[in-house]
Ligand binder design. Sequence first.
Ligand code: PBG
Length: 307
Amino acid sequence: MLKEFSIQKEDLILPLFISDNCSDKESIDSMPEVFRWSINSLINQMETWLDIGINTFALFPCIKSEKKCNLGNEILDPESICYKAAKKIKEKFSNVTLIADLALDPFTDHGHDGVLDQFDKVDNDRTIEILRKAALIAAKSGFDIVAPSDMMDGRVGEIRKTLDQDGFHKIAILAYSAKFCSSYYGPFRDAISSSQNKPIDKSGYQLDPANFREAMLEIKLDEQEGADILMVKPAEPYLDVIKSAKETSSLPIAAYQVSGEYSRIWAASKLGWLDLDKCAHESLLSIKRAGADMILTYFAERIAKLI
Ligand code: PBG
């Protein structure tokens, strides 16, 4: 009765990695209990997640390195793994919400979220052109929500316009609005093989972790451009940003507890230094308390079973 906040299953969104390079499921060294799934193994697993009360999923592709190129062309192939997976999931299950990640990094050989100009810097406007087309393919494949995670300027407005022109008014945009240039993305880059063991500097388009006011500006711009949900990422190191986003916007606020936040709790628990379930729950509770209405977390299954 006196508890002010609690984690509900409906708050949780499970990010999933889908691979076109494995026959069943494949573990990821830096992310215990997280897998790269083949489409068939994913379809078989889906029932288990729905049974425990998780029905919203964010899909990320992991494609063969031969298919990657400097333009990330595969993102515009309607037969690419995540589009195919969405079609199959929607054919089999009616009560599932699917979020498409819109960004080029799983598809480019250099691992950046956009195409590069002659100075090897990400070309904002050419990248948006590609994301607009990818948003339509995602909508046609059955995704309910598109989530631009690229941090190009002005992409939310352009994607909204494109979707509306093609009659996809009901497809929502979950904008990665305040996405920081964080060192907590390392395990994710292993999962989608985007870093190929070399560091990638995304500071040209992701936010400086030192900048709070700039984060609030990005949030305001995405709201003005027509986003339906605003996201802060990573989550726990940026609770101040989540709290302010909740106070200043009327839109729902999402937070992404990213791979490094997940793996650090796991690593400490493997050393016997922290209690895995208790720390996972406490970290999610702090994100909720700061103001997140929904949380993308690799702990979704574990916590849903626990509560
Ligand atoms: C990039 C993207 C990243 C994540 C989701 N989409 C990482 C990056 O910017 O390199 C990270 C998620 C995580 O660490 O769990 N489009």
